[in-house]
Write a protein that binds this ligand. Structure first.
Ligand code: UDP
Length: 330
């Protein structure tokens, strides 16, 4: 297979065949940019790129961010780098701890090293998981992070993404690489798979299948859900914001909802006859699992830098996911 189509691209998107990556690629093409995707299809899917593949401004290579020479070639061909490739989903992370750490730490190191050599402006996707068990809600970027014991796999994800953040900021401080880190909060929308444990696609398919909607724990834990299109806009704004360089910035909505409220909204908006059932954590996850009670971003830095934050309401978000799920079932 041809490794890379040799031409220049405006953007390299690692993890571009994933849920967020594919929306990002579509938006970049819509804005008239050219895009190269690097994705190993571990959790991404070429079907996600259906809206991109016919464009002459788009190309992809199936490969891993662990392949240092491939990453270096790909970075060289592109003007800017958006690094999304990472292990995704709590379920996946618990099941595959070695892959999680390698993808997150070595993969990001390879991307930053290559970008650093050629001084390519880079966005690194991080996650609200790095706040860990902090109770200082809403979470501010410069607040303390509180992680659990290393015997609990979940924390390897937070810890490996925190290493990514240290590394990105070190590349800025030490080598002057223009890099911005976005801490993404729960991002949802069309094409998100429920396979890796994510709650909204799971609830929607349970509702459409008339199966019980499985709320873990007491359902009073909260999350703030953002629509992927709005998250993509924030990523692109940050990448072009000179004041964001060298910073870590929360990207999320401030609309806090309980998981029970989410289940009720899915049931109501889909007109489903499913019952909502509470599933104890011990049945849902392996024994060493710890869930976060509340997770909400402080978005003042994001608002200051780019003048916007995701704001779609819960019903709009749930309707978008139900509409997409119905359409793909037809
Ligand atoms: N959750 C749930 N039922 C499911 C899947 C997840 O109640 O079928 C809960 C999960 O325990 C957590 C919340 O929904 O409290 C969000 O889970 P997700 O894995 O989507 O994201 P994260 O925990 O990383 O925020």
């Amino acid at each position: 297979m041809e490794r890379l189509r040799i031409r220049r691209y405006d953007y390299l998107v690692t993890g571009g065949a994933g849920f967020i990556g594919s929306h990002l690629c579509e938006e970049l093409l819509r804005r008239g940019s050219s895009v190269l995707v690097l994705d190993d299809l571990s959790t991404g899917n070429l079907a996600n790129l259906e809206g991109c593949v016919d464009s002459s401004e788009f190309s992809y290579v199936v490969g891993s961010v662990l392949d240092e020479s491939l990453v270096s070639e790909a970075v060289d061909l592109c003007g800017r780098v958006i690094h999304l490739a990472a292990a995704v989903g709590v379920r996946n992370i618990i099941d595959r701890p070695v892959e999680t750490i390698e993808a997150n730490v070595t993969g990001t190191e390879n991307v930053l090293k290559a970008a650093g050599k050629k001084d390519k402006t880079t966005f690194v996707a991080s996650t609200s998981e790095v706040y860990g068990k902090s109770e200082a809600v809403p979470f501010k970027e410069d607040g303390d992070i509180v992680l659990g014991a290393t015997s609990r796999s979940r924390w390897s994800y937070a810890c490996s993404k925190a290493v990514d953040e240290f590394l990105a900021q070190a590349y800025w401080k030490d080598k002057g690489l223009p890099v911005v880190v976005g801490r993404l909060f729960n991002t949802v929308g069309p094409r998100q798979s429920g396979r890796y444990g994510m709650v909204l696609p799971r609830f929607v398919s349970q509702a459409l299948d008339s199966q019980p909607i499985t709320v873990y724990g007491d359902g009073l834990q909260t999350r703030c859900f953002s629509l992927v299109e709005e998250v993509v806009d924030c990523i692109l704004e940050l990448l072009h914001c000179p004041n964001a360089v060298g910073r870590v910035v929360n990207i999320g909505s401030v609309q806090e909802v309980t998981i029970m409220e989410l289940a009720r909204t899915v049931k109501e908006r889909s007109g489903s006859s499913s019952k909502i059932s509470l599933v104890p954590y011990e049945e849902a996850y392996p024994t060493d699992f710890e869930d976060m009670r509340r997770r909400m971003p402080d978005v003042s830095l994001l608002l200051k830098l780019v003048g916007r934050a995701p704001q779609a309401g819960l019903e709009e978000i749930v309707d978008a996911v139900i509409g997409w799920a119905r359409q793909t079932r037809e």
